[in-house]
Design a protein around this ligand. Structure first.
Ligand SMILES: N[C@@H](CCC(=O)N[C@@H](CS)C(=O)NCC(=O)O)C(=O)O
Length: 208
């Protein structure tokens, strides 16, 4: 069976939620933190990161936005089609969230990869939080501008990654209280049975 590799606390929660929402025939495997650097997993994804989707024929797809696109195309049905206006915007939103916002988190998760001295590391972190605050403002504005319920006005896989980002904000000095639409969206996601199933499958708890 196709297997989705996940790890607690990570962005692999987004495709995990997508699998639950569309009831895709995909087994969700929750690895313990650290297993992603072991030989068994590196043979699956040499990048040593999650998520990864392994097919029956041994082929492996990595990168959260690519996995979400494949899930939507293969199992999503009309609501997640790539040839619809919603599908186009979903692809745009997921590219932004992964390649811009997630990438900016590099300065939070690994500032020591970007600078050496203590003072330079502190500066990287300060600039990272400034940039993240601006990303969160954009995300909040788009969500509020689309009615506030779902990121693109209707539920899409963009909501799955937005939820990951609105969880990670708790690890930063940025407060979700400054982004009321994101805060309501996070609570709406946590009331969703598919999100609850995905959290459970990945050994994670709601923020509450
Ligand atoms: N560009 C990749 C990023 C994947 C990534 O950074 N995954 C993180 C978790 S959110 C990870 O596996 N980190 C473990 C590590 O780097 O050691 C994607 O969008 O899937």
């Amino acid at each position: 069976m196709t297997t989705l590799y996940t790890m607690p606390g990570t962005c692999s929660l987004a495709p995990n939620i997508a699998v639950a929402w569309i009831d895709a025939p995909v087994e969700v495997k929750a690895m313990a933190y650290g297993d992603h650097k072991k030989a068994e997993y590196l043979a699956i994804n040499p990048k040593g990161k999650v998520p990864a989707l392994r097919f029956d024929d041994g082929d492996v797809l990595t990168e959260a936005s690519a996995i979400l696109a494949w899930l939507g195309a293969a199992h999503g049905g009309g609501g997640f089609g790539r040839d619809t206006a919603l599908g186009r915007k979903e692809a745009e939103a997921l590219s932004y969230m992964t390649s811009e916002v997630h990438a900016t988190y590099g300065g939070h998760f690994g500032p020591q990869n970007l600078a050496e001295s203590d003072s330079a590391i502190e500066e990287v972190k300060r600039k990272t939080y400034e940039q993240l605050a601006s990303h969160y403002k954009h995300l909040n504005d788009v969500l509020a501008g689309n009615g506030g319920e779902w990121y693109l006005g209707k539920r899409s896989f963009a909501d799955t990654f937005l939820y990951v980002l609105s969880r990670w904000i708790e690890q930063t000095p940025i407060s979700i209280d400054d982004y009321p639409a994101l805060k309501k969206h996070r609570a709406r996601m946590e009331a969703d049975s598919g999100v609850q199933l995905a959290l459970d499958r990945q050994d994670m708890e709601p923020i509450g």
